[in-house]
Design a protein. Structure first.
Length: 112
Protein backbone atom coordinates (compact mmCIF):
# COMPACT_ATOMS: atom_id res chain seq x y z
CA UNK A 1 0.00 0.00 0.00
CA UNK A 2 1.35 3.40 -0.93
CA UNK A 3 1.28 6.28 1.51
CA UNK A 4 0.18 9.86 0.93
CA UNK A 5 3.35 11.78 -0.01
CA UNK A 6 1.65 15.11 0.66
CA UNK A 7 0.78 14.06 4.21
CA UNK A 8 4.33 12.73 4.65
CA UNK A 9 5.73 16.14 3.69
CA UNK A 10 3.41 17.86 6.15
CA UNK A 11 4.45 15.47 8.95
CA UNK A 12 8.12 16.13 8.12
CA UNK A 13 7.37 19.80 8.64
CA UNK A 14 6.32 19.04 12.22
CA UNK A 15 9.82 17.73 12.96
CA UNK A 16 11.98 20.51 11.46
CA UNK A 17 13.39 21.56 14.83
CA UNK A 18 14.50 18.02 15.74
CA UNK A 19 17.63 16.15 14.69
CA UNK A 20 16.66 12.75 16.12
CA UNK A 21 13.97 11.79 13.59
CA UNK A 22 14.49 8.93 11.16
CA UNK A 23 12.01 7.79 8.53
CA UNK A 24 11.50 4.08 7.93
CA UNK A 25 9.23 2.35 5.49
CA UNK A 26 7.16 -0.24 7.34
CA UNK A 27 3.60 -1.51 7.62
CA UNK A 28 3.23 -0.72 3.92
CA UNK A 29 3.61 2.93 4.84
CA UNK A 30 6.06 5.36 6.35
CA UNK A 31 7.05 5.53 10.01
CA UNK A 32 8.73 8.40 11.84
CA UNK A 33 11.11 7.24 14.55
CA UNK A 34 12.21 9.64 17.29
CA UNK A 35 15.31 8.55 19.22
CA UNK A 36 14.70 5.00 17.94
CA UNK A 37 11.08 4.97 19.21
CA UNK A 38 8.15 4.73 16.81
CA UNK A 39 6.35 8.08 17.08
CA UNK A 40 3.86 8.25 14.22
CA UNK A 41 3.45 7.17 10.65
CA UNK A 42 1.33 7.19 7.55
CA UNK A 43 -0.63 4.27 6.15
CA UNK A 44 -2.43 5.27 2.97
CA UNK A 45 -3.88 8.69 3.75
CA UNK A 46 -4.23 7.98 7.48
CA UNK A 47 -2.01 9.15 10.31
CA UNK A 48 -0.94 6.39 12.67
CA UNK A 49 -0.08 7.76 16.08
CA UNK A 50 1.58 6.45 19.22
CA UNK A 51 -0.21 8.43 21.91
CA UNK A 52 0.47 6.06 24.81
CA UNK A 53 -1.89 4.18 27.10
CA UNK A 54 -2.76 7.19 29.28
CA UNK A 55 -4.07 9.24 26.34
CA UNK A 56 -5.58 6.34 24.42
CA UNK A 57 -9.22 6.33 25.60
CA UNK A 58 -9.51 10.11 25.48
CA UNK A 59 -8.20 10.13 21.91
CA UNK A 60 -10.70 7.48 20.84
CA UNK A 61 -13.52 9.81 21.90
CA UNK A 62 -12.39 12.41 19.37
CA UNK A 63 -13.80 12.74 15.90
CA UNK A 64 -11.92 10.97 13.06
CA UNK A 65 -9.95 8.74 15.48
CA UNK A 66 -10.10 4.95 15.63
CA UNK A 67 -8.19 2.10 17.20
CA UNK A 68 -5.12 0.96 15.34
CA UNK A 69 -5.90 -2.63 14.49
CA UNK A 70 -3.28 -3.27 11.85
CA UNK A 71 -2.98 -6.95 12.73
CA UNK A 72 -6.69 -7.45 13.49
CA UNK A 73 -6.05 -6.82 17.18
CA UNK A 74 -6.04 -3.27 18.53
CA UNK A 75 -2.86 -2.01 20.11
CA UNK A 76 -3.50 0.08 23.21
CA UNK A 77 -1.78 3.41 22.88
CA UNK A 78 -1.82 3.36 19.07
CA UNK A 79 -4.47 5.17 17.02
CA UNK A 80 -5.44 6.02 13.48
CA UNK A 81 -6.51 9.55 12.58
CA UNK A 82 -8.34 9.68 9.26
CA UNK A 83 -7.44 12.08 6.47
CA UNK A 84 -10.32 14.34 7.55
CA UNK A 85 -8.82 14.51 11.04
CA UNK A 86 -5.48 15.82 9.79
CA UNK A 87 -6.71 17.95 6.89
CA UNK A 88 -5.73 21.16 8.68
CA UNK A 89 -2.11 21.85 9.63
CA UNK A 90 -3.17 22.82 13.15
CA UNK A 91 -4.81 19.45 13.82
CA UNK A 92 -1.91 17.55 12.27
CA UNK A 93 0.50 19.45 14.52
CA UNK A 94 -1.68 18.62 17.53
CA UNK A 95 -1.57 14.87 16.83
CA UNK A 96 2.16 14.78 16.04
CA UNK A 97 2.80 16.86 19.17
CA UNK A 98 0.79 14.45 21.30
CA UNK A 99 2.80 11.53 19.91
CA UNK A 100 6.05 13.40 20.52
CA UNK A 101 5.10 14.18 24.11
CA UNK A 102 4.65 10.46 24.73
CA UNK A 103 7.72 9.06 22.98
CA UNK A 104 10.13 11.68 24.32
CA UNK A 105 9.31 10.48 27.85
CA UNK A 106 10.24 6.86 27.05
CA UNK A 107 13.57 5.53 28.33
CA UNK A 108 16.39 5.38 25.77
CA UNK A 109 16.60 2.23 23.68
CA UNK A 110 19.42 -0.12 24.57
CA UNK A 111 22.13 -0.39 21.90
CA UNK A 112 21.91 -3.49 19.72
Amino acid sequence: MAFDEGLAERVRGCFTSRNDVVEKKMFGGLCFMVSDHMCCGIVGDTLMGRVGPDNYEECLNREHVSKMDFTGKSMKGMIYVSAEGVAEDETLQYWVGLCLSFVTRLPPKKPK
